[in-house]
Design a protein around this ligand. Structure first.
Ligand SMILES: [Zn+2]
Length: 129
């Protein structure tokens, strides 16, 4: 992948994380350590324990899903699907009630796809509310 596209992807993911945090009312700030995997930390926290990135961290993704589900009686359902007819590969979809569904195919990373579906759903809620 050309260097320029890599930066575009990172910028898109950073925007996604900002939208997700905003919709779940999770207060984040830029991290000063400049590790590209961890652009943000929870506001007021320091060190690696303050890092926040639900795209790469299972715990951050789970907490984001729970917070989303509890907000304004929204309700969030996470479906991990292994299709039996073989038409598609396994996938995860996150159903955020009136905000619709976000589907991610697992490819070779079911956990990464599930985290991304959660973050996409959270960001979508932020964009629509
Ligand atoms: Zn950091």
């Amino acid at each position: 992948m050309p260097e320029e596209n890599k930066h575009d992807l990172a910028a898109a993911d950073r925007k996604l994380l900002i939208q997700a945090a905003h919709s779940a009312r999770i207060d984040i700030e830029r991290c000063t350590c400049s590790d590209p995997k961890w652009p943000f930390r929870l506001a007021g926290k320091s060190g690696v324990r303050g890092h926040w990135n639900p795209l790469i961290n299972d715990g951050d993704a789970l907490r984001l899903a729970v917070v989303m589900g509890r907000m304004e009686r929204l309700g969030v359902a996470i479906h991990i699907v292994e299709p039996f007819d073989g038409d598609t590969g396994p996938y995860t979809y996150v159903d955020a009630e009136r905000f619709g569904e976000q589907t991610m195919y697992h490819q070779d990373d079911p956990f990464g796809a599930t985290r991304r579906a959660i973050v996409e759903a959270a960001a979508e809620i932020g964009r629509r509310s």
